[in-house]
Design a protein around this ligand. Structure first.
Ligand SMILES: Cc1cc2nc3c(=O)[nH]c(=O)nc-3n(C[C@H](O)[C@H](O)[C@H](O)COP(=O)(O)OP(=O)(O)OC[C@H]3O[C@@H](n4cnc5c(N)ncnc54)[C@H](O)[C@@H]3O)c2cc1C
Length: 450
């Protein structure tokens, strides 16, 4: 059986490993961190009796068909719980519900005509089938044509500014289109209620189940070892330099974000390096997780159109997750998408915490210090791959000119948004390509399996 090395033990690396092993290809997964999961990993609060929760919030939608199939295969389907969730808007210092069509019709920041146009715009956007045409159009231009200038100024622009750290001039219309398409199926007929799902142990439960399934089928997973360089000989992968030594290999899949993956390429792969550098911008994130003794709002997602507030939204996941799984605490995530030069990306934890709490109290003046049981600040440099207008052809393919060298990462997920559903589907697509192109070195396979 051929064997391939997968670099990165996040959802992409694990889903890919699982898919390849089902196709009869042996896998060795290398993860730099001491635990698996990457951005979908967990965080532990020793001060709260070892409470463990997802480091970041991760929605599972009832329309996530690929994920549902995977849950079924891994025996997790029966664990999945589904709940009706609601969404709100924070606009000009007030909270508004935006969960039902009736809320929408009453939404005060817009005039009745604007609301009608916005509703029509959403319906028309969802009917677009050919996204290729949309990727040439700036998102603001498209939204202005569909929903009018006032709605763009009051609603869309503040949301886009928050999501793209101010820089959305080069964002194509596909971005909003993908969001609308993804959420269409989560609503029951008539569109009244949005249904979302959760696993009692968080997304980490999926990570654990994937790892278990890979190991049960003979795959190997090694944590706390970083891959430092891919070795190439005669135009073919021949080994890996690891943080604790060298190994022979005749196939390596890098599932890391492109700028990190490029660092692993040796000089012999200069052409691959140049190809990958054509599209490698990502936004990062700073995210404060609060473990609270009280709820802040009834909303799972609170979108913020008030530009005085620095964070992108208030995500209260315990409006979805049953609190019996969080020891009775309420979990609130305050994410802020950041370009590397953003002030908040550069602030130390103490300053960031102080600043975020000041703004959170502006929104919720009755929040008391004793309501906060614990908090954590997470920082990630590479989260949201940026796809500027008309640059689809720069997206690197899975294969390269080096035999046995592959890139399978979130920057290739387009026009869909990067999320668990898209990652698992992307991994399956990559597995099909790898199965057909993997070089087989009998001698090495013998050495690996004995
Ligand atoms: C705040 C936030 C909210 C999100 N919300 C959602 C959501 O609601 N729904 C959803 O589905 N998705 C959501 N996402 C996105 C989701 O987390 C990512 O799309 C997904 O986890 C990316 O997985 P990945 O495997 O591509 O990358 P990663 O998770 O980054 O995995 C890459 C792995 O490679 C490892 N690594 C790096 N360098 C090396 C090396 N040299 N050698 C070995 N290993 C290495 C890293 O340690 C890491 O574990 C969210 C993300 C964030 C940050």
């Amino acid at each position: 059986m051929p064997t391939i090395d997968i670099v990165g033990g996040g959802i992409l690396g694990l889903a890919l490993g699982y898919d390849l092993i089902k196709r009869g290809i042996g896998v060795r997964i290398w993860e730099r961190s001491h635990e698996l999961g990457g951005l979908m990993g967990r965080t532990r609060f020793d001060e709260l009796d070892g409470l463990e929760v997802d480091r970041y919030y991760h929605a599972i939608l009832s329309s996530d068909r690929t994920l549902m199939r995977l849950f079924e295969e891994l025996g997790l389907r029966s664990e999945l719980r589904m709940t009706a969730t609601s969404m709100g808007f924070y606009h000009n210092g007030k909270l508004y519900s935006m969960s039902t069509p009736l809320d929408f019709l009453r939404f005060p920041p817009l005039s009745p005509i604007d609301r009608f146009r916005l509703g029509l715009a959403i319906l028309r956007a969802r009917q677009v089938k050919d996204w290729r045409a949309l990727e040439q159009i700036p998102v603001v231009e498209w939204l202005t044509n569909l929903s009018g200038r006032r709605t763009v100024e009051h609603i869309w622009k503040p949301l886009l500014r928050a999501k793209f750290d101010g820089g959305f001039d080069n964002v194509p219309a596909t971005y909003i289109w993908s969001r609308l398409v993804r959420t269409t199926d989560t609503r029951e007929k008539g569109g009244a209620v949005e249904k979302m799902c959760f696993l009692p142990g968080g997304y980490a439960m999926l990570i654990d189940a994937l790892a278990k399934a890979i190991i049960a089928r003979g795959g190997r997973i090694t944590t706390s070892v970083a891959v430092q360089q891919v070795r190439i000989n005669n135009g073919q992968v021949c080994g890996l330099r690891l943080s604790d030594g060298e190994i022979a290999s005749d196939g390596a899949v890098l599932t890391l974000q492109t700028p990190i993956a490029r660092r692993l390429l040796p000089p012999e792969a200069a052409d691959v390096n140049a190809r990958w550098s054509a599209l490698e911008d990502y936004l990062g994130i700073v995210c404060m997780l609060l473990v609270l003794r009280r709820s802040l709002s009834p909303y799972y997602t609170l979108n913020i159109t008030d530009e005085r507030i620095p964070f992108t939204g208030v995500i209260e996941t315990t409006n979805l997750i049953d609190r019996q799984f969080t020891n009775g605490y309420h979990l609130v995530y305050l994410p802020k998408y950041v370009a590397p030069d953003n002030l908040f990306a550069q602030m130390n934890d103490e300053a960031l915490q102080r600043s975020f709490l000041v703004y959170l109290r502006q929104m919720f003046p009755d929040l008391q210090t004793e309501d906060i049981a614990a908090l954590r600040i997470g920082r990630e440099r590479y989260v949201e791959p940026l796809h500027p207008i008309g640059r689809t052809d720069d997206i690197p393919p899975f294969t390269t000119d080096i035999a046995g060298l592959y890139l399978v990462n979130s920057s290739q997920i387009y026009p869909q948004l990067t999320n668990g559903e898209a990652a698992v589907a992307h991994a399956a697509q990559a597995a099909r390509v790898i199965e057909q192109t993997i070089p087989v070195n009998e001698e090495l396979q013998q050495a690996i399996t004995t």
